[in-house]
Design a binder for this molecule. Structure first.
Ligand code: IPE
Ligand code: IPE
Ligand code: MG
Length: 264
Protein backbone atom coordinates (compact mmCIF):
# COMPACT_ATOMS: atom_id res chain seq x y z
CA UNK A 1 0.00 0.00 0.00
CA UNK A 2 1.41 3.38 -0.90
CA UNK A 3 1.76 6.00 1.78
CA UNK A 4 -0.60 8.29 -0.07
CA UNK A 5 -3.57 6.05 0.66
CA UNK A 6 -3.10 6.19 4.44
CA UNK A 7 -5.47 8.45 6.37
CA UNK A 8 -3.61 11.66 6.89
CA UNK A 9 -5.97 14.14 8.42
CA UNK A 10 -7.13 14.28 12.00
CA UNK A 11 -10.81 13.53 12.30
CA UNK A 12 -12.46 16.55 13.79
CA UNK A 13 -16.17 17.18 14.10
CA UNK A 14 -17.56 19.22 11.25
CA UNK A 15 -19.44 22.32 12.41
CA UNK A 16 -23.17 21.85 11.93
CA UNK A 17 -25.64 24.56 10.99
CA UNK A 18 -27.92 25.71 13.77
CA UNK A 19 -27.88 24.79 17.44
CA UNK A 20 -28.17 21.05 17.97
CA UNK A 21 -31.26 20.20 19.98
CA UNK A 22 -33.22 23.27 18.82
CA UNK A 23 -35.78 21.17 17.03
CA UNK A 24 -39.47 20.57 17.23
CA UNK A 25 -39.00 16.86 17.70
CA UNK A 26 -41.37 15.24 20.12
CA UNK A 27 -39.54 12.75 22.34
CA UNK A 28 -42.55 10.41 22.25
CA UNK A 29 -42.38 10.02 18.48
CA UNK A 30 -38.64 9.47 18.27
CA UNK A 31 -37.39 6.06 17.19
CA UNK A 32 -35.68 3.95 19.85
CA UNK A 33 -33.24 2.55 17.33
CA UNK A 34 -31.96 4.37 14.26
CA UNK A 35 -29.92 2.36 11.74
CA UNK A 36 -27.94 4.15 9.04
CA UNK A 37 -26.37 2.83 5.85
CA UNK A 38 -23.66 5.46 5.40
CA UNK A 39 -23.35 5.34 1.63
CA UNK A 40 -21.99 7.58 -1.10
CA UNK A 41 -18.50 8.52 0.10
CA UNK A 42 -16.98 7.53 -3.24
CA UNK A 43 -19.51 9.48 -5.29
CA UNK A 44 -19.11 12.50 -3.03
CA UNK A 45 -15.36 12.50 -3.69
CA UNK A 46 -15.72 11.83 -7.39
CA UNK A 47 -18.07 14.80 -7.76
CA UNK A 48 -15.18 16.95 -6.59
CA UNK A 49 -12.61 15.26 -8.78
CA UNK A 50 -11.00 13.64 -5.73
CA UNK A 51 -10.06 10.00 -5.01
CA UNK A 52 -12.57 7.78 -3.22
CA UNK A 53 -10.53 7.80 -0.01
CA UNK A 54 -11.06 11.55 0.28
CA UNK A 55 -14.76 10.77 0.57
CA UNK A 56 -14.10 8.17 3.25
CA UNK A 57 -12.12 10.69 5.31
CA UNK A 58 -14.97 13.18 5.16
CA UNK A 59 -17.48 10.42 5.81
CA UNK A 60 -15.61 9.43 8.99
CA UNK A 61 -15.61 13.04 10.14
CA UNK A 62 -19.34 13.17 9.71
CA UNK A 63 -20.00 10.42 12.23
CA UNK A 64 -19.23 12.54 15.30
CA UNK A 65 -22.01 15.15 14.92
CA UNK A 66 -24.61 12.51 14.07
CA UNK A 67 -23.69 10.34 17.07
CA UNK A 68 -23.61 13.37 19.33
CA UNK A 69 -27.04 14.53 18.16
CA UNK A 70 -28.59 11.08 18.60
CA UNK A 71 -27.14 10.94 22.12
CA UNK A 72 -28.54 14.39 22.91
CA UNK A 73 -31.97 13.49 21.58
CA UNK A 74 -32.11 10.45 23.84
CA UNK A 75 -32.18 7.87 21.08
CA UNK A 76 -31.31 4.48 22.59
CA UNK A 77 -29.46 2.76 19.77
CA UNK A 78 -27.67 3.96 16.64
CA UNK A 79 -26.30 1.29 14.32
CA UNK A 80 -23.96 2.57 11.64
CA UNK A 81 -22.97 0.45 8.66
CA UNK A 82 -19.26 1.13 8.27
CA UNK A 83 -17.87 -1.92 6.45
CA UNK A 84 -19.76 -4.88 5.03
CA UNK A 85 -18.68 -8.48 4.54
CA UNK A 86 -18.90 -7.69 0.83
CA UNK A 87 -16.68 -4.59 1.08
CA UNK A 88 -13.62 -6.91 1.23
CA UNK A 89 -14.17 -7.20 -2.53
CA UNK A 90 -12.86 -3.65 -2.98
CA UNK A 91 -9.24 -2.92 -3.84
CA UNK A 92 -6.64 -3.81 -1.22
CA UNK A 93 -5.65 -0.16 -1.00
CA UNK A 94 -9.21 0.99 -0.29
CA UNK A 95 -9.78 -1.77 2.29
CA UNK A 96 -6.51 -0.93 4.07
CA UNK A 97 -7.39 2.72 4.04
CA UNK A 98 -10.79 2.02 5.57
CA UNK A 99 -9.26 -0.15 8.31
CA UNK A 100 -6.72 2.59 9.07
CA UNK A 101 -9.51 5.12 9.19
CA UNK A 102 -11.46 2.92 11.59
CA UNK A 103 -8.50 2.79 13.98
CA UNK A 104 -8.07 6.53 13.77
CA UNK A 105 -11.80 7.09 14.23
CA UNK A 106 -12.04 4.94 17.35
CA UNK A 107 -9.03 6.59 18.92
CA UNK A 108 -10.27 10.11 18.13
CA UNK A 109 -13.86 9.48 19.17
CA UNK A 110 -13.36 7.89 22.57
CA UNK A 111 -13.37 11.21 24.47
CA UNK A 112 -16.62 12.27 22.77
CA UNK A 113 -18.21 8.90 23.52
CA UNK A 114 -17.22 9.19 27.17
CA UNK A 115 -18.43 12.80 27.35
CA UNK A 116 -21.79 11.83 25.85
CA UNK A 117 -22.32 8.66 27.91
CA UNK A 118 -22.19 6.56 24.71
CA UNK A 119 -21.70 2.80 24.94
CA UNK A 120 -19.80 1.39 21.99
CA UNK A 121 -20.02 -2.06 20.47
CA UNK A 122 -19.12 -3.70 17.19
CA UNK A 123 -21.62 -5.77 15.27
CA UNK A 124 -20.15 -8.12 12.70
CA UNK A 125 -17.78 -11.05 12.43
CA UNK A 126 -14.50 -10.80 14.29
CA UNK A 127 -12.79 -13.32 12.01
CA UNK A 128 -11.21 -11.45 9.12
CA UNK A 129 -10.41 -8.32 11.12
CA UNK A 130 -6.77 -7.69 12.01
CA UNK A 131 -5.53 -8.10 15.60
CA UNK A 132 -4.90 -4.33 15.71
CA UNK A 133 -8.47 -3.52 14.71
CA UNK A 134 -9.87 -6.11 17.13
CA UNK A 135 -7.73 -4.76 19.94
CA UNK A 136 -8.99 -1.21 19.32
CA UNK A 137 -12.60 -2.41 19.12
CA UNK A 138 -12.18 -4.30 22.40
CA UNK A 139 -10.49 -1.36 24.07
CA UNK A 140 -13.25 1.05 23.01
CA UNK A 141 -15.94 -1.42 24.04
CA UNK A 142 -14.38 -1.91 27.47
CA UNK A 143 -13.77 1.81 28.02
CA UNK A 144 -17.42 2.65 27.34
CA UNK A 145 -19.03 -0.47 28.83
CA UNK A 146 -20.31 1.39 31.90
CA UNK A 147 -22.03 4.12 29.89
CA UNK A 148 -25.80 4.17 30.04
CA UNK A 149 -26.81 6.54 27.25
CA UNK A 150 -26.85 5.90 23.51
CA UNK A 151 -25.56 2.53 22.32
CA UNK A 152 -23.44 3.05 19.23
CA UNK A 153 -23.24 -0.22 17.35
CA UNK A 154 -20.71 0.05 14.56
CA UNK A 155 -21.25 -2.54 11.84
CA UNK A 156 -17.76 -3.60 10.81
CA UNK A 157 -17.26 -6.78 8.81
CA UNK A 158 -21.04 -7.03 9.06
CA UNK A 159 -23.40 -8.82 6.71
CA UNK A 160 -26.84 -10.11 7.58
CA UNK A 161 -26.39 -13.38 5.78
CA UNK A 162 -23.12 -14.05 7.60
CA UNK A 163 -24.84 -13.11 10.84
CA UNK A 164 -27.79 -15.44 10.26
CA UNK A 165 -25.46 -18.23 9.12
CA UNK A 166 -23.43 -17.89 12.32
CA UNK A 167 -26.61 -17.84 14.40
CA UNK A 168 -27.91 -21.02 12.74
CA UNK A 169 -24.59 -22.74 13.41
CA UNK A 170 -24.59 -21.70 17.06
CA UNK A 171 -28.17 -22.85 17.53
CA UNK A 172 -27.45 -26.16 15.75
CA UNK A 173 -24.49 -26.76 18.07
CA UNK A 174 -26.71 -26.25 21.10
CA UNK A 175 -29.30 -28.65 19.72
CA UNK A 176 -26.61 -31.23 18.99
CA UNK A 177 -25.23 -30.88 22.51
CA UNK A 178 -28.72 -31.46 23.91
CA UNK A 179 -28.88 -27.95 25.39
CA UNK A 180 -31.76 -26.78 23.24
CA UNK A 181 -34.88 -28.54 21.99
CA UNK A 182 -35.73 -27.71 18.34
CA UNK A 183 -39.31 -26.91 19.38
CA UNK A 184 -37.94 -24.19 21.70
CA UNK A 185 -36.40 -22.30 18.76
CA UNK A 186 -38.56 -19.24 18.30
CA UNK A 187 -37.97 -15.73 16.96
CA UNK A 188 -36.57 -14.63 20.31
CA UNK A 189 -33.98 -17.42 20.30
CA UNK A 190 -32.89 -16.43 16.81
CA UNK A 191 -32.66 -12.74 17.74
CA UNK A 192 -30.58 -13.68 20.77
CA UNK A 193 -28.00 -15.35 18.54
CA UNK A 194 -27.50 -12.37 16.24
CA UNK A 195 -24.76 -9.77 16.67
CA UNK A 196 -27.50 -7.38 17.78
CA UNK A 197 -28.62 -9.62 20.67
CA UNK A 198 -30.12 -7.51 23.42
CA UNK A 199 -30.76 -4.48 21.21
CA UNK A 200 -34.26 -3.46 20.10
CA UNK A 201 -35.01 -3.82 16.39
CA UNK A 202 -34.43 -0.71 14.25
CA UNK A 203 -37.47 1.55 14.02
CA UNK A 204 -35.98 3.81 11.37
CA UNK A 205 -33.51 2.68 8.72
CA UNK A 206 -31.85 5.55 6.85
CA UNK A 207 -29.80 5.13 3.71
CA UNK A 208 -27.88 8.02 2.19
CA UNK A 209 -26.89 8.58 -1.44
CA UNK A 210 -30.23 7.60 -2.91
CA UNK A 211 -29.87 3.84 -3.32
CA UNK A 212 -33.05 1.88 -2.68
CA UNK A 213 -31.53 -1.31 -1.31
CA UNK A 214 -30.51 -2.84 1.99
CA UNK A 215 -27.11 -4.22 0.90
CA UNK A 216 -27.20 -7.05 3.43
CA UNK A 217 -27.87 -4.77 6.42
CA UNK A 218 -29.98 -5.91 9.39
CA UNK A 219 -32.28 -8.03 7.21
CA UNK A 220 -33.85 -9.95 10.10
CA UNK A 221 -33.98 -6.98 12.45
CA UNK A 222 -35.50 -4.53 9.93
CA UNK A 223 -38.64 -6.55 9.23
CA UNK A 224 -40.79 -3.64 10.34
CA UNK A 225 -38.32 -0.75 10.18
CA UNK A 226 -39.50 2.42 8.48
CA UNK A 227 -37.24 3.10 5.50
CA UNK A 228 -35.93 6.56 4.68
CA UNK A 229 -33.65 7.29 1.75
CA UNK A 230 -31.80 10.60 1.66
CA UNK A 231 -30.45 11.76 -1.65
CA UNK A 232 -27.36 13.38 -0.20
CA UNK A 233 -24.14 11.42 0.10
CA UNK A 234 -23.03 10.48 3.61
CA UNK A 235 -20.42 13.28 4.03
CA UNK A 236 -23.25 15.79 3.44
CA UNK A 237 -25.79 14.12 5.73
CA UNK A 238 -25.83 16.61 8.59
CA UNK A 239 -27.92 17.20 11.70
CA UNK A 240 -30.53 19.08 9.66
CA UNK A 241 -30.93 16.04 7.40
CA UNK A 242 -31.13 13.78 10.44
CA UNK A 243 -33.92 15.90 11.87
CA UNK A 244 -35.75 15.71 8.55
CA UNK A 245 -35.56 11.91 8.67
CA UNK A 246 -36.79 11.89 12.27
CA UNK A 247 -39.69 14.16 11.38
CA UNK A 248 -40.60 11.93 8.43
CA UNK A 249 -40.52 8.95 10.80
CA UNK A 250 -42.79 10.75 13.27
CA UNK A 251 -45.38 11.18 10.50
CA UNK A 252 -45.45 7.50 9.58
CA UNK A 253 -48.19 5.14 10.67
CA UNK A 254 -46.65 1.86 11.78
CA UNK A 255 -48.95 -1.12 11.45
CA UNK A 256 -46.99 -4.33 12.07
CA UNK A 257 -49.52 -6.24 9.99
CA UNK A 258 -52.55 -4.97 11.86
CA UNK A 259 -55.28 -2.66 10.61
CA UNK A 260 -54.43 0.80 11.89
CA UNK A 261 -56.21 3.94 10.74
CA UNK A 262 -53.89 6.64 9.37
CA UNK A 263 -53.26 9.65 11.59
CA UNK A 264 -55.78 12.47 11.26
C1 IPE B 1 -19.87 4.10 1.79
O1 IPE B 1 -19.49 4.80 0.67
C2 IPE B 1 -18.70 3.64 2.61
C3 IPE B 1 -18.43 2.21 2.54
C4 IPE B 1 -19.16 1.32 1.91
C5 IPE B 1 -17.25 1.74 3.22
P1 IPE B 1 -19.09 4.07 -0.68
O2 IPE B 1 -17.62 3.80 -0.66
O3 IPE B 1 -19.92 2.87 -0.91
O4 IPE B 1 -19.41 5.19 -1.74
P2 IPE B 1 -20.11 4.99 -3.16
O5 IPE B 1 -21.39 4.26 -2.92
O6 IPE B 1 -19.15 4.20 -3.99
O7 IPE B 1 -20.34 6.37 -3.66
C1 IPE C 1 -23.30 -0.64 2.03
O1 IPE C 1 -22.85 0.17 1.01
C2 IPE C 1 -22.19 -0.86 3.01
C3 IPE C 1 -21.82 0.30 3.80
C4 IPE C 1 -22.36 1.48 3.74
C5 IPE C 1 -20.75 0.10 4.74
P1 IPE C 1 -22.23 -0.42 -0.35
O2 IPE C 1 -21.79 0.74 -1.14
O3 IPE C 1 -21.22 -1.45 -0.04
O4 IPE C 1 -23.49 -1.13 -1.01
P2 IPE C 1 -23.77 -1.47 -2.53
O5 IPE C 1 -22.56 -2.21 -3.03
O6 IPE C 1 -23.98 -0.18 -3.25
O7 IPE C 1 -25.02 -2.28 -2.51
MG1 MG D 1 -21.67 2.57 -1.84
Amino acid sequence: MSGSTKPTTTIEPRPQPGPAGAVDLDAKSLPRHVAIIMDGNGRWARAQGKPRVYGHEHGARNVNPIVTECAKLGIEVLTLYAFSTENWLRSKAEVEFLMGLLLQFLEAELPTMLANNVRFKQIGRREGLSPTVLEMIDRTTAATAGNTGLTLALAVNYGSRAEITDAVRAIARKVKAGELDPSAIDQGVISDHLFTAGLPDPDLLIRTAGEMRLSNYLLWQSSYAELYVADVCWPDFDVVQLHEALRAYARRTRKFGEVVEPRA
